[in-house]
Ligand binder design. Structure first.
Ligand SMILES: NC(=O)c1ccc[n+]([C@@H]2O[C@H](COP(=O)([O-])OP(=O)(O)OC[C@H]3O[C@@H](n4cnc5c(N)ncnc54)[C@H](O)[C@@H]3O)[C@@H](O)[C@H]2O)c1
Length: 440
């Protein structure tokens, strides 16, 4: 599916949306309205944080009666928009989306859909029963790299897909910030496992490459091996800036990463998203004080694993594996797909992949290959974020040209496989998936 940004939504009134959870992700999607007011208009916000609510109101010129602190107040009102962008955190996704569906809204919902298989399936069944459109922010399906790769598979160029290998390497500073010190570090507190928080995208891509053919068994191994107290280097303190004698030599130093290199400001600095800017002195004082990002990376309250591998067995006898590792030097997603006629190999961040075919008739070598170069924009997720919004607008508008490939119905497959992979990792056994019991 290719969405033409020049024509998306052009021939009709703008699709109206309300933001629920005006955090960094929802505001990123909503910003599409600032660039394309003819296609999308933000007409309300639900956000408990008063500063953020006011900031959103001023950005989109929202009257007071369209700004809500509480979702229940908004859902109780007569419908005031075509759709909702739900950018709340993982554990709130299902409980906030259910009332929105009952209130008549179609929803663009951040991933993961929910934090347990049961709640994801409950949402799916309610959406099906009410006939609402729920599109999941699996933005990678909209990245040109994966769109082209999937097109080649769909058109049969590499034959039947026999094996898919994907890999996500989360680099050390992202790992430390989001999954050790930050808001996705604890399954108990934050709701998601490492696999579901970081790689429900990759599980979704695997299910997309195998469209129409479902995984019937999964197994998985993983551990928290690195970011734990017994791995702390000798002499390490408890807070980088306050008491650590090895801070200047540590790649995880909060001062180096967040003050000197200015990485991850939205996560680290209170109020950053709402326009607050701290001086370097204020940042250092915050890291000495109670800022969670000032903690030693080996002495946090993280309980998720930091590496995991998942294996899939599909109903047609094909297989797949996905590896997830945190703490890599370089962030990258790789993919290697082998079919009966050829193979595809590439790395998202390189913006290119190769397609190879067996070729014993070559004068030199035993295969031919061609390189496919793709645009990798500076925008997040290989350029997928705003392409996804464009498609959502087509979906809400009922446009027959809409791709809608990240519908809730499609997204359920990768999610169920992921939840069951985590069960496998925890129990040490292979887990079966009987789709007749799952899908209506
Ligand atoms: N698609 C992707 O690739 C991708 C990338 C990063 C994060 N995410 C996901 O996006 C989601 C949002 O992440 P974020 O970093 O933008 O979070 P955030 O913390 O910046 O934003 C969440 C917002 O929800 C608000 N909120 C809390 N309770 C609410 C309620 N009951 N009703 C309405 N709003 C409420 C918070 O005040 C906050 O403003 C997460 O689920 C995360 O896993 C997806």
């Amino acid at each position: 599916m290719n969405v033409n940004p020049d024509t998306a939504g052009a021939s009709r009134d703008p699709v109206t949306v309300v933001i629920v959870g005006a955090g960094s992700r929802a505001m990123n999607y909503a910003s599409y309205a600032l660039k394309h007011p003819e296609a999308m208009r933000v007409v309300g916000v639900v956000e408990p944080n008063p500063v953020r609510r006011a900031h959103t109101a001023s950005l989109y010129d929202l009257p007071a009666d369209r700004c809500f602190a509480d979702l229940a107040d908004f859902a109780a009102r007569p419908k005031l928009a075509d759709a909702v962008i739900n950018g709340t955190l993982d554990a709130l996704h299902v409980q906030t989306t259910l009332p929105l569906l009952h209130a008549g809204y179609d929803v663009l919902l951040e991933k993961p859909v929910g934090v347990s298989e049961d709640e994801v399936l409950e949402l799916y069944r309610v959406a099906e029963a009410l006939g609402r459109k729920v599109m999941i922010c699996h933005v990678l399906r909209y990245a040109p790299f994966y769109q082209e790769l999937n097109r080649i598979i769909r058109e049969g160029e590499i034959g039947d897909v026999i094996h898919v290998q994907t890999e996500e390497n989360v680099d050390y500073h992202h790992m430390a910030t989001a999954f050790v010190r930050g808001k996705f570090a604890s399954r108990e507190r934050d709701g998601s496992s490492f696999l579901m928080a970081k790689c429900c995208h990759d599980l979704d891509l695997i299910s997309w490459f195998k469209t129409g053919i479902k995984p019937v068994r999964v197994s998985s191994f993983g551990r928290l091996s690195q970011f734990r107290e017994d791995r702390a280097p000798e002499g390490a303190g408890t807070r980088c800036v306050a008491d650590c004698p090895i801070e200047s030599r540590c790649p995880y130093s909060a001062k180096t990463l967040y003050v000197d290199r200015q990485l991850w400001p939205v996560y680290v600095w209170p109020g950053y998203l709402d326009g607050v800017r701290l001086s370097d002195e204020e940042k250092l004082a915050s890291l000495v004080g109670d800022n969670r990002f000032g903690r030693c990376v080996w002495r946090c309250d993280n309980d998720i694993v930091d590496h995991q591998v998942v294996q899939f067995d599909f109903e047609d006898g094909s297989t797949a594996s996905h590896s997830l590792v945190g703490g890599a030097a370089k962030a990258c997603r790789t993919v290697h797909i082998t079919g009966t006629k050829g193979e595809i190999y590439g790395e998202l961040e390189e913006g290119s992949f190769v397609v190879r075919y067996p070729d014993p008739w070559q004068e030199e070598g035993v295969y031919t290959e061609r390189k496919v170069m793709l645009e990798v924009s500076g925008e997040m997720h290989g350029g997928g974020d705003h392409r996804l919004v464009e498609d959502f607008l087509l979906v809400v508008g009922g446009d027959p040209g809409a791709g809608y490939s990240t519908s809730l119905a499609h997204s359920v497959v990768g999610h169920v496989a992921g939840f069951r992979a985590d069960v496998s990792m925890e129990t040490g056994r292979t887990v079966e998936i009987d789709w007749d019991d799952i899908l209506v």
